[in-house]
Design a protein around this ligand. Structure first.
Ligand code: DAH
Length: 341
């Protein structure tokens, strides 16, 4: 029996040395010291040993058992330390790896331009008003003094939604909506999207306008020129040249088109494809509000007068940032947009 015990002890020691994980050590513990472990069984069979040998054998059994328990504790410490080292190695964090940058959004250049223009007029005491993109014929045309068969209705290539509704071709219908619900004096600016069947280097089917109008007693064309000259110089710089050309709009009389000197070619004209060689770029329509418009909203044209203007936002942005093609605003090329962050 003692030989068996020594053999078992040597085997157990050898196996413990080779154990590489806590679970392997645990398996060995069960194998030798568990309820039915090899050593446990030997201890149990002590009663079959002749009484005179029992003290010696028993003492040896106990010594081996204690030694084995100690060896198991040592082996456990060793494999635990190994496992911990491996875990540290595996989960190591490389603090020198660069962080992931979070992309920040920014306002679209058209939005930035709208805000800039609106701010100029707000500083002059104008209020901001808005209206629906889907308009009815009455507000978009009729109340603005376009007769039913007036050719000006064809001048604007309208997108119709159905027989009664259309995508507004300009922001001027908001003049009507504001005047229908309020009394003068009024100083209003209206930023918004507008729609026309049009598509080339300087025209987009969806674009933006800022409408402005002022209604009070004794408002004159001089007020219109003064306000617009001030606003355009705020926007494009104090040297900005303005040109007022006599024109026609059904809702203003007299009417003017306002050009500013082309900043792309510096007014040189000749080869410039943006101003088409003229040296000027039209950005504004303007005029004195027609008495028929006042009649449509129930104002007394004998008592009040006013001026109005409508300005193309994309045109302004193209001039300010020297952009040659209006389509770059809607193609969403990040290389373009990032220049406006
Ligand atoms: N609504 C005109 C257009 O889209 C622009 C315009 C011209 C607006 C003259 C005005 C104005 O308020 O007085 O072409």
């Amino acid at each position: 029996m003692l030989e068996g015990l020594e053999g078992l002890y040597q085997d157990a020691l050898a196996a413990l040395q080779k154990a590489k994980s806590t679970s392997e050590v645990e398996q060995l513990r069960v194998r030798y010291l568990g309820r039915n472990g090899e050593l446990t069984l030997l201890v149990r069979s002590l009663r079959e040993v002749p009484p005179e040998e029992r003290p010696r054998v028993g003492a040896r059994l106990n010594a081996v058992k204690e030694a084995l328990e100690a060896e198991i504790r040592t082996a456990l410490e060793r494999v635990r330390a190994d496992e911990e080292r491996q875990a540290l190695e595996r989960d190591r964090v490389d603090v020198t790896v660069p962080g992931r940058r979070r992309a920040l959004g920014a306002l679209h250049p058209v939005t930035q331009t709208i805000e800039e223009i609106v701010d100029i007029f707000v500083a002059l005491g104008f209020e901001v008003a808005t209206g629906p993109d889907i308009e009815d014929d009455y507000h978009n045309f009729t109340a603005l003094n376009f007769p039913p068969d007036h050719p000006a209705r064809d001048m604007q290539d309208t997108f119709f939604v159905d027989e009664s509704y259309l995508l507004r071709t300009h922001t001027s219908p908001v003049q009507i909506r504001v005047m229908e619900s309020r009394k003068p004096p009024l100083r209003i600016v209206v930023p918004g999207a507008t729609y026309r069947h049009d598509d080339d280097l300087t025209h987009s089917p969806m674009f933006h306008q800022i409408e402005g109008f002022l209604v009070d007693e004794r408002v004159s064309m001089a007020d219109l020129k003064g306000v617009l000259t001030y606003a355009m110089r705020e926007l494009f710089g104090p040297e900005t040249r303005l040109r007022f050309r006599a024109s026609f709009f059904p809702f203003t009389e007299p009417s003017a088109e306002v050009d500013i000197g082309c900043l792309i070619c510096g007014g040189q004209g000749s080869q410039c494809r943006v101003c088409k060689g003229s040296g000027w770029l039209e950005i504004l329509g303007a005029g004195m509000i027609d008495p028929n418009v006042f009649a449509a909203v129930g104002y007394d044209a004998e008592k009040v007068s006013g001026f109005a203007f409508g300005l193309g936002v994309e045109r302004v942005a193209m001039l300010k940032y020297q952009i040659a093609d209006i389509r770059t605003f809607t193609t969403n090329d990040l290389r373009f947009l990032r220049q406006f962050v």
